[in-house]
Design a protein around this ligand. Structure first.
Ligand code: MF3
Ligand code: CO
Ligand code: CO
Length: 300
C-alpha cells in the first residue's frame, strides 16, 4: 500500500512524512536503508506467530472464494462490501482490517476499471465488461492476512483480459523470487521488467508491505527497481506482493474522497495481491485460494 512519495516512511527509530518536494530526503533515506539494512527492522516471526499468519491468510483467501458468485452485473460494490463484512464478522469471527483504518469507511476495497487501488465501495453497480479488484484484509487472533484478486463482469474487452492476465503473471514472477538469501529488491525488479516488456506500466506510488500484528509493517516491497539491493530475505519474514499495472502510463492521482487512486490518463488498471511467508527452502503463499496454482506457464 502506501509509499512514495507523499506518504509516511517508517523506520524502526523514526517516521517521517515525505512531501513530493522532499525527493532528495526520500532518496537519501532509501539509500541509507540499502546501505545499512540494520536500520530496517523486519520481524522474523516465531513458529506460533507463523501459525496465526497462516490462519489469517487462509481466512482472507476464503472471503475471496465466498464472494465470487456474488460479483455479477447489477450488483453494487456496497452490497459486495456488506456481504464480505457479515461473513468476516459472523462466520469467521474475525475483523475486517480496512474498516476505520486511518479513517477508511468500509470493510473492503473495490477498484473498478481505471481505479488503481483503495476504491471505496458505493452504490454504483457493476456492469457487463467491467473489471474489478476486490482487496480483503482480515485480522484473526491479532494477525493480518491481506489478498486481492481481479473479477470479470460478464465479458470484458480483450485488452482488459490481457492486462489482468499479465498482472497476475507479474505477481507470480515476483513470488518466484522469494527465498532465503535473496535480495528484497529482486522481487520488484522482476515484476517491473515483466510488465514493461509487455508494454504496460507499473505503478510506483504504492507498494507491498511487511505484515503481521500490524497491517503495514516494514519492509516496503517495491514493484520496480534494480536487483541486488536491500535486505536479504530470511525464513519467518512475512510481506505482501501486490503489483498495480496500468494499460497506459504509470502516473496516478488521488480522488477528492482521499482514498480512491485512479490512473491519470484514465487507462485500465489491474492488481493482484498475496501475503507471503519466507520459508527455509523458498516461499509459502499464505493467501492461496482453493485450486489456485502458480499462474506462470509451465510452472509446477
Ligand atoms: N489492502 C490494502 C493493501 O493491500 C490496504 C487498504 S487500506 C484501506 O495494503 F484503508 F484502504 F483499506
Ligand atoms: Co497489502
Ligand atoms: Co490488500
Amino acid at each position: 500500500m502506501f509509499a512514495i512519495p507523499g506518504h509516511v516512511l517508517y523506520h524502526n527509530t523514526f517516521a517521517v512524512t515525505i512531501n513530493a518536494s522532499d525527493q532528495t530526503l526520500l532518496e537519501w533515506l532509501i539509500d541509507l536503508t540499502f546501505l545499512e539494512p540494520g536500520l530496517m527492522s523486519i520481524a522474523v516471526k516465531t513458529a506460533e506467530e507463523i501459525e496465526k499468519m497462516r490462519l489469517a491468510g487462509r481466512l482472507a483467501a476464503e472471503v475471496l472464494e465466498m464472494i465470487e458468485p456474488h460479483v455479477q452485473p447489477g450488483v453494487s460494490t456496497e452490497e459486495i462490501d456488506q456481504i464480505c463484512h457479515d461473513y468476516i464478522v459472523q462466520q469467521q469471527k474475525a475483523t475486517p482490517a480496512p474498516l476505520n483504518y486511518m479513517g477508511f469507511p468500509k470493510s473492503i476495497c473495490t477498484s473498478v476499471n481505471h481505479q488503481v487501488c483503495h476504491g471505496i465501495p458505493g452504490g454504483k453497480t457493476l456492469k457487463n465488461g467491467d473489471i474489478v479488484n476486490i482487496d480483503i484484509t482480515v485480522i484473526k487472533d491479532g494477525f493480518h492476512g491481506d489478498t486481492s484478486k481481479m473479477f470479470f463482469i460478464g465479458e470484458p474487452s480483450v485488452l482488459a483480459r490481457r492486462l489482468t492476465k499479465i498482472t497476475l503473471e507479474a505477481l507470480w514472477i515476483g513470488i518466484e523470487q522469494v527465498r532465503p538469501g535473496a535480495h528484497l529488491s529482486n522481487i520488484g525488479h522482476a515484476i517491473q521488467q515483466y510488465v514493461e516488456s509487455n508494454n504496460y506500466s507499473i505503478v510506483r506510488e504504492y507498494c507491498g508491505h511487511g505484515i503481521g500484528r500490524k497491517f503495514h509493517e516494514e519492509p516496503q516491497v517495491l514493484h520496480y527497481g534494480s536487483p541486488g539491493n536491500g535486505v536479504l530475505l530470511q525464513p519467518g519474514m512475512c510481506f505482501t506482493i501486490e503489483p498495480m499495472v496500468n494499460a497506459g502510463k504509470r502516473q496516478v492521482k488521488l480522488l477528492p474522497d482521499g482514498w480512491t487512486v485512479v490512473t491519470k490518463d484514465r487507462s485500465l488498471s489491474a492488481q493482484w495481491e498475496h501475503t507471503m511467508l519466507v520459508t527455509e527452502t523458498g516461499y509459502e503463499v499464505l493467501t492461496l485460494r482453493k485450486g489456485e496454482e502458480n499462474a506462470l506457464p509451465g510452472a509446477t
